[in-house]
Write a protein that binds this ligand. Structure first.
Ligand code: NAD
Ligand code: G6P
Ligand code: MN
Ligand code: MN
Length: 431
């Protein structure tokens, strides 16, 4: 297994997931890959990973390298968790739109567009290496914007063995279980939509539909809703939620509560900092912990990151592919007609049966009319953005920026595009 962006603070969770499953997923070698700027992080996290497998007594060999090609050679599974330009670039994605009265967010709106423009060329490069060095390997991508990245891979490469993975569905399931006061393994949700734009169409407790009850609980004004650590929970308008009849994901707040979310972001930017700036501090603290030579487990403090549990979901996915488990997991994959209102060749996030030949999406038919249009619009945005990333075409990038529902006009889109291209030029030399 090769993990690109191995210096990530999430790596201990990945290693924990592999240790836990060693009996069914006997990974012989884990190659953690990073770039020179990430060398120090790679060494700290790599040393912790080595202590973890040693303490657990499992014979996974951990290799650390800055040579991606060496790591990819002969890999069966490649996971990607890198951040081009680091948290500094993310902070710009979050701050610049705010000056224009627009949501500044890692994966949504202008920030999501720019993270995609920086990331897609690197993913395509990795795939060129994979075609040569490990042509049969599966690519499991966590790198955001996951939906746009998966779309670009499916549309512009021959890599069919690709799955995009996110922790939002598992976070929603855990959140719903908490609302119901039951264990998460008793809860099942029919997920359908796009990455960070996914809806729970039906919720089941022990196989019985409880969607309406869950929506009532979620709509209760005294109750804190289901969210992720990186998204503030302002509560939903109860009548809106009851009328919608499906479960929104935490990221839908940026679309349905744009004014309140923007006010929150503006306030945070003045006081505690944007999410990237908060995470910079969190990360410092995490790496201080990781340096402790007596630490040989994933520290619970990692749960303060929005991505908690995603590496575990990744191990579970990899094991189901390896073991042909045919269990159901929500992942990003080619639609193939599962969601009627999205092109069959596009990437969607939907429940799938996970087989040795990859995810087989479960058909849901059409999405409810109230949410269908927004999902289609975001898919168009992702497609045009992916096209801009592969063609390096300014006008295409401007169209992507303008058609994003969080951007108010072509004029503001152009101003933001120009300012962000300038701010990120180091990581977008092609534009
Ligand atoms: P991070 O800033 O710690 O980056 C991880 C590593 O990537 C760093 O050590 C960095 O040096 C390295 N890196 C940067 N450019 C690289 C390149 N070209 N090749 C190889 N390595 C490179 O980031 P993080 O907070 O750990 O997040 C990593 C990625 O995973 C981000 O894109 C983030 O958005 C994504 N993420 C996704 C989910 C999900 O639900 N899919 C959850 C959490 C994080
Ligand atoms: C959520 C998303 C991830 C995202 C993360 C951000 O969990 O699913 O895709 O990367 O939050 O968390 P952070 O701690 O970096 O703000
Ligand atoms: Mn995600
Ligand atoms: Mn290019």
């Amino acid at each position: 297994m090769a993990t690109i962006g191995g210096g990530s603070s999430y790596t201990p969770e990945l290693v924990e997931g592999l240790i836990k499953r060693y009996h069914e997923l006997p990974v012989g070698e884990l190659w953690l890959v990073d770039i020179p700027e990430g060398k120090e992080k790679l060494e700290i996290v790599g040393a912790l990973a080595k202590r973890m497998v040693e303490k657990a007594g499992v014979p996974i060999e951990i290799h650390l390298t800055l040579d991606r090609r060496r790591a990819l050679e002969g890999a069966d599974f490649v996971t990607t968790q890198f951040r081009v330009g680091g948290l500094e670039a993310r902070a710009k994605d979050e701050r610049i739109p705010l000056q224009y009265g627009v949501i500044g967010q890692e994966t949504n709106g202008p920030g999501g567009l720019f993270k995609g423009l920086r990331t897609i060329p690197v993913i395509l490069d990795i795939i060129r290496d994979m075609e040569e060095l490990c042509p049969d390997a599966w690519l499991i991508n966590f790198t955001n914007p996951d939906g746009m990245v998966t779309e670009a891979v499916l549309r512009y490469t021959k890599q069919e063995k690709v799955v995009g993975l996110c922790n939002v569905p598992i976070g929603m399931r855990m959140g719903v279980a908490k609302l119901l006061g039951v264990d998460a393994d008793r809860v099942h949700i029919d997920f359908a939509g796009l990455n960070h734009m996914v809806f729970g169409l039906h919720v089941y407790l022990d196989g019985v539909r409880v969607t309406e009850k869950v929506i009532d609980l979620l709509a209760h004004p005294d109750r804190s809703g289901v969210t992720m650590k990186n998204i503030v929970d302002l509560g939903w308008e109860p009548d809106f939620l009851k009328g919608l009849k499906v479960l929104p994901c935490p990221y839908h707040r940026y679309y349905y509560q744009t004014d309140k979310m923007l006010a929150e972001e503006l306030e945070a930017a003045k006081t505690k900092g944007t999410r990237a700036e908060v995470v910079q501090q969190l990360e410092k603290e995490l790496f201080e912990l990781y340096k402790d030579p007596n630490l040989a487990i994933k520290p619970p403090q990692l749960e303060q990151r929005g991505g908690a549990y995603y590496s575990d979901a990744a191990c579970s996915l990899i094991s189901s592919i390896y073991n042909d488990k045919r269990d159901i997991q929500p992942v990003n994959t080619r639609n193939n007609g599962a969601i009627a209102s999205i092109p069959p060749e596009s990437a969607v996030e939907v429940n799938c049966v996970i087989t040795k030949d990859g995810p087989k999406p479960i058909a849901v038919g059409d999405l409810p009319v109230a949410v269908r249009g927004l999902v289609q619009q975001i898919k168009s945005f992702e497609r045009v953005a992916a096209e801009a990333a592969v063609t390096d075409d300014y006008q295409t990038a401007l169209v992507a920026m303008t058609i994003n529902p969080l951007v108010p006009s072509d004029t503001i889109a152009k101003q933001m595009l120009d300012e962000m291209l300038e701010a990120h030029k180091e990581h977008l030399p092609q534009f």
